[in-house]
Ligand binder design. Structure first.
Ligand code: ADE
Length: 215
């Protein structure tokens, strides 16, 4: 799968994605993630990509002509799934990540400043938010989405990790897990986990999952 990110801060995307699972996935050629500088499609040699809002008000608005030109250059017959990031978009979740993971090509448009000229919505397929809070820009949202999508790409996770992923997808809740030391500052690992009794352990884990669902 190919993921193209349009941003004013491509280094933010490249550096964060060089680590951990997304880094490994790229090295193994399982995903191809490219961050593009939006200023490449600026209207002048100074690299202008934004302007003041019509009707007045604070801040700067990213120009529709610049964003449209960038989208056209990266995906000119509109074969990709185009996503723009905005705090007022559709809320990103695991099922959206699964859907994105089925796409051959994803283009992600990151906003900055006060946002985009509203007319850009005509040229994207979906407006997505990662939560009800306002970030300084779409880059961290793009990274969140790319991380969640990349780990679902076939071949990216090892066997053990994949199994864990299946559990997670079937049921977003998890049971509590413990490792050594057995006792830590008065807190003990539950006896059942030390019992070696697999059926009892499973029963306990299921009961803990239900507890989590209730909260
Ligand atoms: N840009 C600014 N805030 C955002 C959010 N919460 N989700 C997606 N993009 C954003």
């Amino acid at each position: 799968m190919t993921i193209d990110v349009l941003t004013l801060f491509p280094d933010m995307i490249d550096s964060a994605l060089s680590f951990s699972i997304p880094g490994r996935a790229q090295k193994a050629d399982l995903v191809d993630i490219r961050a593009h500088q939006l200023r490449t499609w600026a209207i002048d040699r100074r690299g202008t990509v934004d302007d003041t809002p019509y009707g007045g008000g604070p801040g700067m608005i990213l120009r529709v002509d610049v964003a449209h030109a960038a989208l056209g250059a990266l995906d000119h017959s509109h074969k990709a799934h185009r996503v723009m990031l905005s705090p007022d978009g559709e809320l990103f979740d695991q099922s959206m990540a699964e859907e994105f993971a089925t796409k051959k090509k994803l283009v992600i448009l990151c906003g900055r400043y006060e946002g985009f000229d509203a007319r850009i919505e005509k040229y994207v397929d979906q407006k997505v938010s990662i939560g009800s809070f306002v970030l300084s820009g779409g880059e961290l949202a793009a990274l969140t989405i790319i991380d969640a999508v990349t780990r679902l790409t076939p071949g990216v996770l090892g066997n053990a990790e994949s199994l864990l992923e299946e559990t997670f997808e079937a049921d977003l809740t998890e049971y509590p897990q413990y490792t050594r030391p057995e006792k830590y500052r008065g807190m003990n690992v539950p006896d059942v986990l030390l019992s070696g009794h697999h059926a009892e352990i499973q029963k306990w884990r299921d009961s803990q999952r239900q507890n989590l669902e209730r909260t």
